[in-house]
Design a protein around this ligand. Sequence first.
Ligand SMILES: *Cc1c(COP(=O)(O)O)cnc(C)c1O
Length: 362
Amino acid sequence: MTISHLARANVLALEPYQSARRLGGSGDVWLNANEYPLPPSFKPRYGNLNRYPACQPEQVINGYAAYAGVRPDGVLVCRGADEGIELLIRAFCEPGRDAVLFCPPTYGMYAVSAETFGVARRTVPALPDWQLDLPAIEAQLDGVKLVYVCSPNNPTGNIIQPEELKALLEMTRGRALVVADEAYIEFCPRATLAGWLAHYPHLVILRTLSKAFALAGLRCGFVLAGAEVIQLLLKVIAPYPLSLPVADIAEQALSAEGVALMRERVAQITATRQWLANELQECDAVLEVYPSESNYLLVRFAPGSPAFKSLWDQGIILRNQSKQPGLTDCLRITIGTREECRRVVTALRELPVTATRRQEAL
Ligand SMILES: *Cc1c(COP(=O)(O)O)cnc(C)c1O
């Protein structure tokens, strides 16, 4: 008798999310998880650690509401945007009956969370320009409770055009929730849908402190939505999702000073991204550098390029996206420090010429 035979069948069959930490590697240039390259200097001010924390600490909720320009009763704080993805499934999807829909290539956790709860995954591939295939979405909408749209999209880096999102919101009204994953919105703040929440009660926005706020290790994210959605999510969230040190550092990160520091980081990452994009265009091994509104670049290499493995062996860890639909020979490079990006460029320039084959591919 094994323990495994006691587990749920869908859990046995589940391929867990291939997180950067799980994929491992050993090196000194980590550009595979879209983290900020340097730790911020917050220190927890330990309070009453003998007491359970508030489920939804008021200062954190109010701080995020002020930062995002929404009402506090439309904010939920949780353990990263990943927990937000899951709470929505738990609150809205009946296992074995309902479905979630998303548009690959995109973030991998929508699929993993749905599978974990026995909820069907329906995929509608993005168009060649990575915008939404709205007619195909409409044709697939029966039984769908949640439509996840990632903007800026991970790993392609583009935003979804507002008129497409408006059309999607009209199409889904009264039928399904539209979940806009804005994990990277600080890198293109004008694209946020936060201002639309008052008009669309079925719009939900996911946010995080893991990217522009440089706090991936904190595990703190937010759901923005109408008060009715937030109340439903509060029914399924753990009673004490945030430890006291997490709530304390989140509060500091959302202070006026914390937000100003975040904006400086964004300006500096954006400048480095532009520099890196230009340098990569000049590399023989590179076929295309896609435009990005985020803190990473999606780069297509010559067919069969050894770039990923060669840099991996040198301790420069990038994210291989080749298995995603339409992304053969594509790598995602997180924008690190200028020095880390220089290391990438130098290593790519040193790839053996015979292996780059740019001319043949063109
Ligand atoms: C990083 C990321 C998340 C997860 O964010 P956490 O707050 O760290 O859980 C969610 N969505 C997308 C698109 C991401 O890239």
